[in-house]
Write a protein that binds this ligand. Structure first.
Ligand code: AHN
Ligand code: ZN
Length: 325
């Protein structure tokens, strides 16, 4: 029966379960990719924002950290909380908490997905000078990327991929000094949570095949350019993800052009853990900041969160994850 493999494929597609996208890989094989649920991701974004700005040392930060770790547990991850004290530039101690959710922790073949969960304490790029010392909601810069990862965690819990997955929510990414200085505030630095974890991983000698950082992945009509440190350190992962976006139909978000070099949490992981990592980050090459118009302003709120953008990123990552053997 010469047509048997083809026939089996048609059968497999015909009987596909309701919540998965099947792509035909070879004649004999179909790969099921779960469907990213944008409503869930939107809800996880709104829930984080509802706690208030997740600025270190606040009740909102504490409550949101508990929420994120509880959700990872609910989806079946083994959760490790990594807490430590770091110092601001004026030596003030601050407590930080990295939240790590591991699926199939015994699996040696792992993929690392990460985002930052803290929010910037000041809207230093707000057009209105009166708002520049106010904390931001961080719907896009913080909550959206964590929400996309929570939805991926939910899918990984229901329908495990072949690889083990670690999802890390890093704390204190967004405390770098603003362009202005004033005497009433004290500043930290960028990427302090990921810097700490990369030097002190939750598992001794932790490694992964590669890592993907999501940062600012929920603004309407976001555009993701190929970030330069990603291109330099993990070109094959950039290629894999951009091809996955094309295969999934979201290539209008993933621009086939180089962007700029961005110091972000992936640089810590590349430098100290030697894991090739990429950063999927919304950039606007023609804007004054290089980032989207809401970046570090009080407009980074739920009015500017797009389910379409969350889906473009989330579905692309699921495609990559479930095609790994
Ligand atoms: C700098 O502009 C130095 N880093 C951008 C990383 C960042 C800030 N991502 C979100 N907020
Ligand atoms: Zn930021």
């Amino acid at each position: 029966m010469k047509n048997f493999p083809v026939f089996m494929c048609i059968l497999a597609i015909g009987f596909s379960c309701k919540q998965s996208l099947k792509t035909q890989n070879t004649v004999a094989e179909t790969i099921s990719v779960p469907v990213f649920n944008a409503d869930s991701a939107y809800y996880y974004t709104a829930t984080q924002v509802s706690f208030g700005p997740r600025v270190l040392g606040t009740n909102a930060h504490e409550a949101c950290g508990n929420y994120l770790s509880d959700e990872l547990k609910r989806f079946g991850a083994t959760v490790t909380l990594q807490e430590t004290t770091v110092q601001l530039q004026d030596q003030t101690p601050v407590r930080i908490k990295n939240i790590i959710g591991s699926f199939q922790p015994e699996n040696k073949s792992r993929i690392l997905l990460f985002a930052h969960w803290d929010t910037r304490p000041f809207a230093d790029h707000d057009p209105n000078p009166d708002y520049r010392m106010k904390p931001i909601d961080g719907a896009n810069d913080g909550a959206g990327a964590c929400a996309a990862l929570l939805e991926i965690a939910r899918q990984a819990g229901m329908n495990p991929p072949t690889v083990g997955v670690d999802i890390i929510f890093f704390d204190m990414e967004d405390w770098g000094s603003p362009n202005f200085t004033d005497k009433t505030n004290h500043y930290g630095d960028w990427c302090m949570g990921s810097d700490y974890w990369a030097r002190n991983p939750h598992v001794p000698d932790y490694t992964a095949r590669y890592g993907i950082l999501l940062d600012m992945v929920s603004a309407p009509d976001a555009q993701f350019y190929k970030e330069i440190y990603s291109e330099q350190n993990a070109p094959s992962i950039v290629k894999k993800v951009w091809e996955a976006a094309r295969a999934t139909g979201y290539d209008s978000y993933f621009i086939d052009k180089n962007g700029s070099s961005i110091m972000d949490d992936h640089v810590s992981v590349i430098s100290y853990r030697k894991i090739p990592c990429i950063d999927i980050i919304h950039c606007s090459p023609n804007s004054s900041t290089g980032f989207g118009s809401y970046w570090h302003t009080t407009e980074d709120n739920m009015n500017n969160v797009s389910k379409e953008t969350l889906t473009a990123v989330g579905q692309t990552i699921l495609y990559v994850l479930y095609h790994e053997k």
